[in-house]
Design a protein around this ligand. Structure first.
Ligand SMILES: NC(=O)c1ccc[n+]([C@@H]2O[C@H](COP(=O)([O-])OP(=O)(O)OC[C@H]3O[C@@H](n4cnc5c(N)ncnc54)[C@H](OP(=O)(O)O)[C@@H]3O)[C@@H](O)[C@H]2O)c1
Length: 265
């Protein structure tokens, strides 16, 4: 029998990392609109204050916490504080991340460590610390944020692509580890969205035109494009979906390369 109201998150608690700007806020807003209370993290929790007030105005309870995903002690402190404040946490959106956009020949040792430590190691240890509580409750929804680079190669994104390919693989392994505890682990992989991390989309119209030409839907992503996917993966209704990567990318991951010359009109 179908549930009375599908995808309702009322009464659930969702923790979103990297909620000081960009996609983290898009995901948090979608979850709050579906009913969830929020725990918002950022390296400086003050940076989430204005957004937290906006979410409270929707009638949600919001807790803000400091988190640096490159610091294991910070992860442990954050999860202890989150559990002390909210008890059971149903949903984790593992969104905090960074990028270094450079030709592969120019990538330094430190560039590599920054990107991999933040995006891959950080996501793993946040998931691990959160899963301990989820195991106790026999329920959890972990959503790792991947990227179109989880499945496709892009010049200038070597370390980033490696971290996102790793996230796709990590998602499958964690799904197998934790399925027996009622925890699903999926990867939501956005395409190209205009955020601080994609500064190039503000600065270089010629490149944006080139990009858009390769996107079957013929536009970059907009915040609302992610709402349905994140709420679905966060909800009870996705109970039999785990280990999967859901690309929300307007189709660019198809490889969309024209095989014919387009006539100028
Ligand atoms: N924009 C896109 O098109 C796109 C596409 C696919 C995937 N993604 C991924 O989606 C996520 C969000 O992207 P975005 O475009 O919104 O990026 P963004 O605007 O640069 O935001 C990144 C977020 O991650 C946080 N963060 C960075 N380093 C951190 C650390 N060491 N510890 C804790 N938090 C940290 C930042 O918070 P503070 O600096 O305030 O701590 C910020 O809230 C990233 O993982 C990104 O790689 C983005």
């Amino acid at each position: 029998m179908a549930s009375e109201r599908l995808f309702d998150l009322t009464g659930q608690v969702a923790l979103v990392t990297g909620a000081s700007r960009g996609l983290g806020q898009y995901f948090a807003r979608a979850l709050a609109t579906a009913g969830a209370n929020l725990i918002l993290t950022s390296r400086r929790r003050e940076d989430t204050a204005a957004f937290a007030a906006e979410m409270e105005a929707l009638g949600r309870r919001v807790v803000t916490l400091d988190l640096d995903v490159r610091d294991q002690a910070s992860i442990e402190r954050m999860v202890a504080a989150a559990e002390a404040a909210c008890g059971q946490i149903h949903i984790l959106v593992n969104n905090a991340g960074c990028n270094v956009r450079k030709p592969a020949l120019d990538v330094t040792w430190d560039d590599w460590n920054l990107v991999l430590d933040t995006n891959l190691r950080g996501s793993f240890f946040v998931a691990q610390a959160m899963a301990r509580g989820m195991v106790k409750h026999g329920y959890g929804r972990i959503i790792n944020i991947g990227s179109v680079t989880s499945v496709a190669g892009y010049a200038g994104l070597g370390p980033y692509g490696a971290s996102r390919g790793g996230i796709k693989q990590l998602t499958m392994s964690l799904a197998d580890d934790w399925g027996r505890y009622g925890i699903t682990v999926n990867c939501l992989a956005p395409g190209w969205f205009k955020t601080a991390q994609n500064q190039v989309m503000y600065e270089d119209p010629e490149w944006v035109e080139y990009l858009v030409d390769r996107i079957p839907m013929k536009r970059p992503g907009e915040p609302r494009d992610l709402d349905g996917a994140v709420v679905f993966l966060a909800s009870e209704e996705s109970r039999y979906v785990t280990g999967q990567t859901l690309l929300v990318d307007g189709g660019i991951s198809t490889g969309a390369t024209r095989a014919t010359v387009r006539k100028k009109t």
